[in-house]
Design a protein. Sequence first.
Length: 440
Amino acid sequence: MDIERILTKLHISALNEMQQHAAEAILGSDGDVVLLSPTGTGKTLAYLLPLVQLLDAASDSVQAVVVTPGRELALQSHEVLKSMGCGLRSTACYGGRATMDEHKVLKEVRPQVVFGTPGRLNDHIDKENISRYGIQYLVIDEFDKCLEMGFHGEMQKLIRNLPGLKRRILLSATNAEQIPQFVNMARKGTLVDFLPDDEQTSERVTLYEVHSPQKDKLDTLRQLLLSFGDESSIVFLNYRDSVERVNTYLCEQGFVTSCFHGGLEQQQREAALYKFSNGSANVLVATDLASRGLDIPNIQNIVHYHLPESEEGYIHRVGRTARWDATGRSFFILSSGEHIPDYVEGDVEDYQPTPIAQQPALAKMSTIYIGKGKKDKISKGDIVGFLCKTGGLTAQDIGRIDVKDRYAYAAVRREKLQQVLHLTRGEKIKGIKTIIEPVH
């Protein structure tokens, strides 16, 4: 397999030191591997690049299972493997949608790699939708989360159900106290530890505290976000209803936001992340569900509206910014009686928000929903052609496009949104009539 070709396809000039060591550990032995490295350092690619070299692309059986604590990381990792163009097939399995639909996909795709959450993977194995006998490799991504007590039963059952398992690869951004015995890690395993000894968060992240004169921090948050201009920011809260309340307030104040928490339907969550990652929303208002597994580049600011509930939660939140070689900022909004948690290391500067403008900055892009997808033989190229020919856009007016099985999302320049909606109303794409509507 031509690794250089894959890296070129991914627009990566070279592997970083951690990825090189991970590849050596996975390819250079037949033992288990534990990889510890901060968020944003490229752990997904660190295990996928060597793993794909160990799998047989000519076989139609599942050979590797990648366990993730949530559906977002499963989907994201699946997309990374697809983008590598290495000839291996994969799919993602997770709760919140019908098992029968996933079974159909498994039969059609015949994947060599399956990404999924523990409960859903067990479900497919129990129903023999996935054969347990060909699976040789088990990857547990964010194993500190997957092996918490809430997942113990499902993880025990999953590992017990894989009789042909030869190797385990565990990854995390934090150092778990211990790995449960039921994981059956081999004694000859290799530890690849790139966690800094004394660096809790990246030195490229600057820490600030912002004091709210009122117990209700909404106005202080508004002033803070106004001081960011059009920068990309995540506002973290600890509860779903708080996310809804703050998001509603910000929308009423004119901010373009995305709202993200575990109580939303899967398609709502996908749309929220898509809007934020493609530049259609400047602010993501979220619970800590957004602190893990979301690899969205160029997030400049992390805002702790509610203080993190643990040091581990804090590390994962701040890990959303300053990814790879970028810099970032982390802001604690403190009301009377609140203080920076004792576990926060490093100098924290005082920040006085000075609004750049009195009105929130508008997002550069808008997102449209197209009611046809892969199953309708619609490709990214078809969508680009349709938006240019029928919608009157140029290639520079079009951003990221994601084509799902039955629908697609496309980012278009904000000022061209109404033009596109008007010109495409009632029009056909590849001879098929479809719905074109904005994603709010």
